[in-house]
Design a protein around this ligand. Structure first.
Ligand code: ATP
Length: 214
């Protein structure tokens, strides 16, 4: 069975940075990748779009391909989305499968603020995606915790169920949801920073536009 890689985020909104890195990670690892929108990210301000709106955007973005899929379990569970709880749930569902948490280098650098972060390695590998334009300095304590877990061999990820850390060199794309929200709020039209599906229905991007929908 292929490894299962989970890519969590706010996806407020989903953009080409998310999609491209998830796609390339899937190719590099020959893994199934699920995009998993978070309900209430414990360490972040609430999203601009509602959970339903973010899911509608994800569905529109993921049409016409099958490599990347959507998993809404964190939204269905309600309450804060602690990744470690979600990974435990996946582990119960797939006792022997290689599981991976995919995250951008900025998210990885902040891992120590996550709930029960050391336990993540018991249930999954970590796939760290390079992300340009963001200063992601890895704290010494984190590096110490992961040094012996590092590998650069995708085969190790495929054959072990959890516990390793791999850096995934993907095409760098300096795109963020913050920048896209700012552009939309300023009345701009970031057409090629977002997947085409998001422009098919004006209601999808309406949460970010300050003026009347046009
Ligand atoms: P915001 O600007 O609102 O903080 P974001 O663009 O960082 O949003 P999130 O939904 O918070 O998007 O990110 C989900 C995951 O995707 C995180 O692990 C983040 O590091 C990663 N990510 C987002 N954009 C990129 C990108 N352009 N390149 C690599 N990783 C990315």
């Amino acid at each position: 069975m292929k490894p299962l890689a989970l890519f969590g985020g706010t996806f407020d909104p989903i953009h080409i940075g998310h999609l491209s890195v998830a796609w390339e990670a899937s190719e590099l690892l020959d893994a199934e990748v699920r995009l998993m929108p978070a309900n209430v990210p414990p360490h972040r301000p609430p999203p601009t779009a509602s959970a339903t709106q973010r899911v509608d955007m994800l569905r529109a973005a993921l049409r016409w391909q099958s490599r990347l899929t959507l998993d809404t379990r964190e939204l269905e569970r309600g309450g804060p989305s602690y990744t470690v709880d979600t990974l435990d749930e996946f582990r119960r569902e797939f006792p022997d499968r290689s599981l991976m948490l995919l995250l951008g280098a900025d998210a990885f650098a902040g891992l120590r603020s996550w709930h029960r972060w050391r336990e993540l390695f018991n249930v999954a590998h970590l796939g760290v995606i390079n992300r340009p334009g963001i200063e992601a300095c890895i704290p010494v304590e984190l590096e110490r915790a992961v040094a012996s877990r590092r590998t650069d061999d995708p085969q190790v990820i495929r054959t072990q169920p959890a516990g390793r850390v791999i850096e995934l060199a993907v095409t760098p794309l300096e795109v963020s949801a913050t920048r896209i929200r700012d552009l939309l709020a300023a009345g701009r039209d970031p057409r090629y920073l977002l997947p085409a599906g998001l422009f098919e229905d004006p209601a999808l991007l309406a949460p970010y536009r300050l003026g009347p929908v046009g």
